[in-house]
Design a protein around this ligand. Structure first.
Ligand code: 15L
Length: 270
Protein backbone atom coordinates (compact mmCIF):
# COMPACT_ATOMS: atom_id res chain seq x y z
CA UNK A 1 0.00 0.00 0.00
CA UNK A 2 1.18 3.54 -0.69
CA UNK A 3 -0.06 6.51 1.27
CA UNK A 4 -1.37 9.29 -0.95
CA UNK A 5 -2.29 12.75 0.32
CA UNK A 6 -4.92 14.78 -1.50
CA UNK A 7 -4.98 18.50 -0.76
CA UNK A 8 -7.94 20.58 -1.91
CA UNK A 9 -10.15 17.55 -1.32
CA UNK A 10 -13.30 19.65 -1.00
CA UNK A 11 -12.71 21.62 -4.21
CA UNK A 12 -14.29 20.95 -7.59
CA UNK A 13 -11.56 18.56 -8.72
CA UNK A 14 -10.83 17.16 -5.25
CA UNK A 15 -14.46 16.12 -4.79
CA UNK A 16 -14.21 13.92 -7.88
CA UNK A 17 -10.82 12.48 -7.00
CA UNK A 18 -11.50 11.76 -3.33
CA UNK A 19 -13.92 8.79 -3.63
CA UNK A 20 -12.02 7.43 -6.64
CA UNK A 21 -8.66 7.43 -4.85
CA UNK A 22 -10.25 5.97 -1.75
CA UNK A 23 -11.62 3.09 -3.83
CA UNK A 24 -8.39 2.53 -5.77
CA UNK A 25 -6.51 -0.65 -4.89
CA UNK A 26 -3.10 -0.15 -3.32
CA UNK A 27 -3.80 3.38 -2.05
CA UNK A 28 -4.28 4.58 1.51
CA UNK A 29 -5.81 8.05 1.32
CA UNK A 30 -5.33 11.09 3.50
CA UNK A 31 -7.56 13.97 2.42
CA UNK A 32 -7.12 17.60 3.39
CA UNK A 33 -9.87 20.18 3.18
CA UNK A 34 -9.41 23.90 3.60
CA UNK A 35 -10.49 25.63 6.76
CA UNK A 36 -13.46 23.38 7.53
CA UNK A 37 -13.06 19.82 8.90
CA UNK A 38 -13.86 16.99 6.50
CA UNK A 39 -16.00 14.03 7.49
CA UNK A 40 -14.25 10.80 6.44
CA UNK A 41 -16.01 9.05 3.54
CA UNK A 42 -15.20 5.70 5.14
CA UNK A 43 -13.20 4.33 8.03
CA UNK A 44 -10.28 3.87 5.62
CA UNK A 45 -9.91 7.59 4.97
CA UNK A 46 -7.71 9.79 7.14
CA UNK A 47 -8.76 13.44 7.06
CA UNK A 48 -7.22 16.72 8.14
CA UNK A 49 -7.65 20.40 7.42
CA UNK A 50 -6.08 23.78 7.99
CA UNK A 51 -4.04 26.54 6.42
CA UNK A 52 -1.25 25.04 4.33
CA UNK A 53 0.99 28.03 5.03
CA UNK A 54 1.32 26.59 8.54
CA UNK A 55 4.13 23.99 8.71
CA UNK A 56 2.29 22.08 11.47
CA UNK A 57 -0.69 21.61 9.15
CA UNK A 58 1.64 20.49 6.36
CA UNK A 59 3.36 18.03 8.71
CA UNK A 60 -0.01 16.50 9.59
CA UNK A 61 -0.79 16.17 5.88
CA UNK A 62 2.51 14.74 4.69
CA UNK A 63 3.80 12.43 7.44
CA UNK A 64 4.43 9.02 5.88
CA UNK A 65 3.17 10.12 2.46
CA UNK A 66 4.67 8.79 -0.77
CA UNK A 67 2.68 10.87 -3.28
CA UNK A 68 0.98 14.23 -2.78
CA UNK A 69 -1.79 15.17 -5.20
CA UNK A 70 -1.81 18.92 -4.68
CA UNK A 71 -5.14 20.35 -5.74
CA UNK A 72 -5.41 23.07 -3.08
CA UNK A 73 -5.27 26.78 -3.77
CA UNK A 74 -7.25 29.57 -5.38
CA UNK A 75 -8.66 28.24 -8.63
CA UNK A 76 -10.02 31.38 -10.27
CA UNK A 77 -8.78 34.86 -11.06
CA UNK A 78 -8.47 36.89 -7.85
CA UNK A 79 -6.51 39.92 -6.64
CA UNK A 80 -2.76 39.36 -6.61
CA UNK A 81 -2.42 39.45 -2.80
CA UNK A 82 -4.80 36.51 -2.37
CA UNK A 83 -3.11 34.53 -5.14
CA UNK A 84 0.32 35.12 -3.60
CA UNK A 85 -0.82 33.76 -0.23
CA UNK A 86 -2.79 30.73 -1.44
CA UNK A 87 -0.87 29.69 -4.52
CA UNK A 88 2.69 30.86 -3.97
CA UNK A 89 3.33 30.92 -0.23
CA UNK A 90 1.20 27.85 0.47
CA UNK A 91 2.88 25.87 -2.32
CA UNK A 92 6.28 26.80 -0.96
CA UNK A 93 5.26 25.63 2.54
CA UNK A 94 3.95 22.39 1.06
CA UNK A 95 7.19 21.78 -0.83
CA UNK A 96 9.31 22.44 2.25
CA UNK A 97 7.11 19.90 4.04
CA UNK A 98 7.65 17.48 1.16
CA UNK A 99 11.38 17.81 1.77
CA UNK A 100 11.02 17.25 5.52
CA UNK A 101 8.89 14.16 5.01
CA UNK A 102 10.78 12.80 2.00
CA UNK A 103 7.67 12.75 -0.17
CA UNK A 104 8.62 10.92 -3.34
CA UNK A 105 6.35 12.68 -5.84
CA UNK A 106 4.09 15.71 -6.14
CA UNK A 107 1.30 15.82 -8.71
CA UNK A 108 0.75 19.56 -9.10
CA UNK A 109 -2.55 21.00 -10.33
CA UNK A 110 -1.35 23.46 -12.92
CA UNK A 111 -3.81 24.97 -15.34
CA UNK A 112 -4.33 25.87 -18.96
CA UNK A 113 -4.40 29.46 -17.71
CA UNK A 114 -0.59 29.33 -17.53
CA UNK A 115 -0.74 29.43 -21.35
CA UNK A 116 -4.12 31.14 -21.76
CA UNK A 117 -2.95 34.08 -23.90
CA UNK A 118 -2.20 31.79 -26.85
CA UNK A 119 -4.64 32.25 -29.68
CA UNK A 120 -7.45 29.75 -30.12
CA UNK A 121 -6.01 29.32 -33.63
CA UNK A 122 -2.75 27.93 -32.18
CA UNK A 123 -2.12 24.25 -31.55
CA UNK A 124 0.31 23.90 -28.67
CA UNK A 125 3.09 21.50 -27.80
CA UNK A 126 4.16 21.08 -24.19
CA UNK A 127 7.22 23.24 -24.74
CA UNK A 128 5.11 26.20 -25.90
CA UNK A 129 5.76 29.62 -24.42
CA UNK A 130 4.27 30.24 -21.01
CA UNK A 131 1.66 32.98 -21.58
CA UNK A 132 -0.45 33.44 -18.44
CA UNK A 133 -3.84 35.08 -18.84
CA UNK A 134 -3.92 36.69 -15.37
CA UNK A 135 -2.55 36.46 -11.85
CA UNK A 136 -4.05 32.99 -11.38
CA UNK A 137 -2.36 31.71 -14.56
CA UNK A 138 0.85 33.44 -13.49
CA UNK A 139 0.74 31.55 -10.17
CA UNK A 140 0.41 28.27 -12.08
CA UNK A 141 3.45 29.13 -14.21
CA UNK A 142 5.33 29.80 -10.97
CA UNK A 143 4.04 26.54 -9.51
CA UNK A 144 5.25 24.60 -12.54
CA UNK A 145 8.67 26.21 -12.15
CA UNK A 146 8.68 25.37 -8.45
CA UNK A 147 7.75 21.77 -9.20
CA UNK A 148 10.66 21.63 -11.62
CA UNK A 149 13.05 23.23 -9.12
CA UNK A 150 12.27 20.77 -6.34
CA UNK A 151 12.96 17.89 -8.74
CA UNK A 152 16.19 19.45 -10.01
CA UNK A 153 17.53 20.47 -6.59
CA UNK A 154 15.94 18.03 -4.16
CA UNK A 155 14.93 14.99 -6.22
CA UNK A 156 11.20 15.25 -5.49
CA UNK A 157 9.53 13.91 -8.60
CA UNK A 158 7.00 16.32 -10.05
CA UNK A 159 4.22 16.18 -12.59
CA UNK A 160 2.65 19.50 -13.55
CA UNK A 161 -0.78 18.75 -14.93
CA UNK A 162 -2.12 21.65 -17.02
CA UNK A 163 -5.76 20.96 -16.31
CA UNK A 164 -8.24 22.13 -18.92
CA UNK A 165 -11.92 22.29 -17.96
CA UNK A 166 -12.58 19.50 -15.46
CA UNK A 167 -16.37 19.35 -15.33
CA UNK A 168 -18.93 16.61 -15.78
CA UNK A 169 -19.74 17.54 -19.37
CA UNK A 170 -18.92 20.42 -21.72
CA UNK A 171 -21.39 23.31 -21.67
CA UNK A 172 -19.90 25.91 -24.01
CA UNK A 173 -17.95 25.94 -27.32
CA UNK A 174 -14.56 26.52 -25.65
CA UNK A 175 -14.99 23.29 -23.69
CA UNK A 176 -15.02 21.33 -26.95
CA UNK A 177 -11.27 21.99 -26.93
CA UNK A 178 -10.51 22.16 -23.19
CA UNK A 179 -12.69 19.49 -21.56
CA UNK A 180 -11.24 16.96 -19.13
CA UNK A 181 -14.00 14.47 -18.35
CA UNK A 182 -14.25 13.05 -14.86
CA UNK A 183 -13.37 9.49 -15.93
CA UNK A 184 -10.26 10.76 -17.71
CA UNK A 185 -9.38 12.98 -14.73
CA UNK A 186 -9.42 9.98 -12.42
CA UNK A 187 -7.48 7.83 -14.89
CA UNK A 188 -4.87 10.56 -15.36
CA UNK A 189 -4.30 11.13 -11.65
CA UNK A 190 -4.08 7.40 -10.96
CA UNK A 191 -1.46 7.04 -13.70
CA UNK A 192 0.44 10.01 -12.24
CA UNK A 193 0.43 8.30 -8.84
CA UNK A 194 1.32 4.82 -10.07
CA UNK A 195 3.94 5.54 -12.74
CA UNK A 196 7.15 3.78 -11.67
CA UNK A 197 9.33 6.82 -12.40
CA UNK A 198 8.35 10.29 -13.43
CA UNK A 199 11.31 12.62 -12.92
CA UNK A 200 9.82 15.94 -13.95
CA UNK A 201 7.01 16.13 -16.49
CA UNK A 202 4.52 18.66 -17.77
CA UNK A 203 1.35 17.13 -19.19
CA UNK A 204 -1.96 18.39 -20.53
CA UNK A 205 -4.93 17.48 -18.37
CA UNK A 206 -7.36 17.05 -21.22
CA UNK A 207 -9.63 14.42 -22.73
CA UNK A 208 -9.33 13.00 -26.23
CA UNK A 209 -11.18 15.95 -27.74
CA UNK A 210 -11.49 16.14 -31.53
CA UNK A 211 -11.04 19.95 -31.32
CA UNK A 212 -8.21 19.85 -28.76
CA UNK A 213 -5.64 22.65 -28.85
CA UNK A 214 -3.20 20.44 -26.92
CA UNK A 215 -1.92 17.25 -28.48
CA UNK A 216 -0.22 14.98 -27.70
CA UNK A 217 -1.20 15.15 -24.05
CA UNK A 218 2.35 14.26 -23.02
CA UNK A 219 1.59 11.58 -20.49
CA UNK A 220 1.19 8.65 -22.83
CA UNK A 221 4.42 7.38 -21.29
CA UNK A 222 2.64 7.27 -17.93
CA UNK A 223 0.03 5.02 -19.53
CA UNK A 224 -2.70 7.70 -19.69
CA UNK A 225 -4.98 7.18 -22.66
CA UNK A 226 -7.97 9.52 -22.52
CA UNK A 227 -11.21 7.96 -23.68
CA UNK A 228 -13.72 10.80 -23.35
CA UNK A 229 -14.32 13.25 -26.19
CA UNK A 230 -16.16 16.57 -25.89
CA UNK A 231 -17.31 16.13 -29.48
CA UNK A 232 -19.98 13.75 -28.21
CA UNK A 233 -21.69 16.85 -26.79
CA UNK A 234 -20.95 19.22 -29.70
CA UNK A 235 -24.44 19.37 -31.20
CA UNK A 236 -26.00 20.20 -27.83
CA UNK A 237 -23.28 22.72 -26.89
CA UNK A 238 -23.33 24.51 -30.25
CA UNK A 239 -27.09 24.86 -30.21
CA UNK A 240 -26.75 27.31 -27.33
CA UNK A 241 -25.29 30.86 -27.41
CA UNK A 242 -21.56 31.15 -26.67
CA UNK A 243 -21.21 32.96 -23.30
CA UNK A 244 -17.73 34.28 -24.17
CA UNK A 245 -17.19 37.75 -25.52
CA UNK A 246 -14.96 38.45 -28.55
CA UNK A 247 -11.74 38.60 -26.49
CA UNK A 248 -12.62 35.37 -24.68
CA UNK A 249 -13.16 33.67 -28.02
CA UNK A 250 -9.82 34.87 -29.29
CA UNK A 251 -7.62 33.45 -26.52
CA UNK A 252 -7.40 29.92 -25.14
CA UNK A 253 -7.98 31.12 -21.58
CA UNK A 254 -11.48 32.32 -22.50
CA UNK A 255 -13.07 34.51 -19.83
CA UNK A 256 -9.82 34.61 -17.83
CA UNK A 257 -8.21 36.39 -20.80
CA UNK A 258 -11.11 38.82 -20.98
CA UNK A 259 -10.75 39.86 -17.33
CA UNK A 260 -8.92 43.21 -17.15
CA UNK A 261 -7.95 43.04 -20.86
CA UNK A 262 -7.01 46.55 -22.01
CA UNK A 263 -5.14 46.23 -25.32
CA UNK A 264 -6.87 48.33 -27.94
CA UNK A 265 -4.49 47.20 -30.71
CA UNK A 266 -5.64 43.58 -30.79
CA UNK A 267 -8.81 43.24 -32.80
CA UNK A 268 -11.41 41.05 -31.21
CA UNK A 269 -12.55 38.00 -33.12
CA UNK A 270 -16.29 37.85 -33.48
C1 15L B 1 -9.14 26.50 -14.31
O1 15L B 1 -7.94 26.44 -14.07
C2 15L B 1 -10.11 26.86 -13.27
O2 15L B 1 -9.72 26.41 -11.99
C3 15L B 1 -11.51 26.41 -13.57
O3 15L B 1 -12.38 27.11 -12.73
C4 15L B 1 -11.88 26.61 -15.04
O4 15L B 1 -12.02 27.95 -15.31
C5 15L B 1 -10.85 25.98 -15.95
O5 15L B 1 -9.54 26.38 -15.61
C6 15L B 1 -11.07 26.32 -17.43
O6 15L B 1 -10.17 26.86 -18.06
O7 15L B 1 -12.17 26.04 -17.94
Amino acid sequence: MRTVALSGASGNVGRVLRPALLAAPGITLRSAGGTRPLTPLSEDEDVCHGDLRDPAVVDRLLKGVEVLVHMAGTSVERPLAEIVENNLRALHAVYEGARRHRVRRVVFASSNHAIGMHSTEDRLALNCDVRPDGFYGLSKAWGEAMTRMYWDKHGIEGISVRIGTAIEKPTEPRHLSTWLGHDDLVQLVLRCIEAPAAGYLVVWGVSNNTRSWWQPVGCERLGYHPVQNAEDYAAEVLSRPDPLDAVGRRFQGGSFATADFTRPDIPART
